[in-house]
Design a protein around this ligand. Structure first.
Ligand SMILES: *Cc1c(COP(=O)(O)O)cnc(C)c1O
Length: 457
């Protein structure tokens, strides 16, 4: 029947390395790492070795792998229908999920546009914002530009790359991108010169205000990853920053797009990061955790004010002409609904807050290592930044691959982490237990210790 079932791990490695082009991976250096199955927080490779999935399969798994309740919900939907298009049609499961998303997200977001991945959710928000200003009641067609943050990451399609700010990823494509007004990274580790920690929020917001003051007539929207900028290296914003952005964008009549693709669905300790500063965005982008990390789906939620600008007889062409074939897929929606059930029945947010507290206490011990420059955390998102010099916060030479080397060592301890350069990422499934989380921190402690020992002069 299936020849592949009999392949040895070595043979699989060979085919993987030559046939599969992996995301964000230099294929000339790729070392196959093949997971055959998973259960809870554990991954099992083709040799049967067990690893704790300490980054939730890149920030999307919520309740653990192979959860019986999630699996069951997916099977049950499959017995009904696997897919119904969103183009002029619907399905009860997708409707129910849209309704639930409206109920759990910040007030005012009453309409849900489904897509298949985070980049598309952002792409949709950018296009909706643009079109909104053209066709709302008092049109402002000059408002066509976007403000985005330094080191922002919003996905890899050309629109989301245009607002992205990670040079290493995005520079190559510059000729293909639209212009974007860039504001400073609201970093709380590397502060601007002469600015104290307690002044930095005002400092960053003053810059935003200056931009808005001079250019607001031409600005459609400001897009931000709330509270934590993920791919930037888990850069954590000062308290009050997001609320400040909301206040300023209202004042200057600019839409606020919050990209909660990474931070949404409980990871920061509240269901959505916006809640922590009582912020209601005009457009909200959700993906990664939306199906608990089981199936591809994303959503862009919009206010009724935006929605209304698209309502007109069809000959006026005010329709949102955008769509993805698998948008609103009912099997994915069934996983999404089941995930929200589990947030209640397993009291997921309570566990996040207990584990977050434990993590804060445990991570403190890592500062004994000379190369640990910063330990930062919001909920169950933690970054451990490794530096060459703690005093000056000087990073390591990128060629040394310090982060990747330590993570490779971590595999030997049965912990899988994909770092962001020299920032070790801890973003486990939200169901992780006390013992499992201790195991993760112990492994990191040991791996950093060994690295320091091997490199000591
Ligand atoms: C991962 C991510 C995206 C992109 O989502 P994909 O599903 O990979 O397209 C967008 N924004 C943020 C903040 C992300 O972390």
């Amino acid at each position: 029947m299936n020849d592949f079932a009999n392949l040895s791990p070595d043979e699989l490695n060979k085919i993987d390395k030559s046939r599969v082009w992996h995301a964000f991976t230099q294929m000339s250096e790729y070392q196959p790492f093949i997971i055959e199955r998973a259960d809870g927080v554990y991954l099992y490779d083709v040799d049967g070795k067990q690893y704790i999935d300490a980054v939730s399969s890149v920030w999307c798994n919520v309740h653990g792998h192979c959860h019986p309740y999630l699996n069951e919900a997916i099977y049950a939907q499959l017995q009904k229908v696997a897919h119904v298009t969103s183009l002029g049609m619907s399905n009860p499961t997708t409707i129910e999920f849209a309704n639930q998303l409206v109920n759990i997200t910040p007030d005012g977001l009453n309409h849900v546009f489904f897509s298949g991945d985070g980049a598309s959710a952002v792409e949709v928000a950018l296009k909706m914002a643009f079109q909104y200003w053209h066709q709302r009641e008092n049109p402002r067609p000059l408002k066509t530009k976007y403000i985005a943050l330094e080191l922002a990451y919003h996905g890899d399609t050309l629109g989301s790359v245009s607002v992205g700010g990670v040079k290493r990823f995005h520079e190559m494509f510059e000729p293909l991108l639209f212009d974007c007004i860039r504001i400073d990274l609201p970093d709380t580790y590397r502060l601007p010169e002469g600015i104290a920690a307690d002044e930095c929020c005002n400092h960053y917001l003053e810059q935003v205000e200056a931009v808005l003051k001079s250019d607001h007539e031409e600005i459609a929207a400001l897009v931000v990853e709330p509270i934590v900028q993920g791919a930037a290296g888990l850069v954590m914003q000062p308290a009050g920053y997001l609320a400040g952005l909301r206040k300023l964008t209202r004042q200057y009549d600019v839409l606020l797009i919050c990209d909660e693709v990474a931070v949404g669905f409980g990871r920061t300790g509240t269901m959505f990061a916006c809640e922590q500063e009582d912020v209601q965005p005009d457009l909200l982008c959700l993906a990664k955790g939306i199906t608990a990390g089981y199936l591809a789906m994303s959503a862009t939620l919009a206010t009724t004010q935006i929605w209304n600008a698209f309502l007109a007889p069809s000959h006026q062409a005010k329709t949102f002409f955008h769509g993805h074939t698998y948008a609103g897929n009912p099997v994915a929606a069934a996983a999404g609904i089941a995930s929200l059930d589990l947030f209640k029945t397993e009291a997921t947010l309570d566990n996040v807050n207990r584990r977050a507290k434990q993590l804060t206490e445990r991570l403190e011990t890592l500062s004994k290592h000379e190369i640990v420059g910063d330990i930062r955390q919001r909920g169950l998102i933690a970054g451990i930044e490794l530096v060459a010099d703690r005093e000056s916060k000087q990073p390591f030479d990128a060629q040394l691959s310090v982060g990747p080397k330590i993570c490779k060592q971590l595999l030997r301890y049965g912990v899988w982490i994909r770092p962001l350069r020299d920032v070790l990422v801890i973003m486990p499934p939200l169901c992780i237990s006390e013992e499992q989380l201790n195991e993760v921190v112990d492994a990191i402690d040991n791996a950093i210790g060994e690295f320091c020992q091997n490199c000591a002069p």
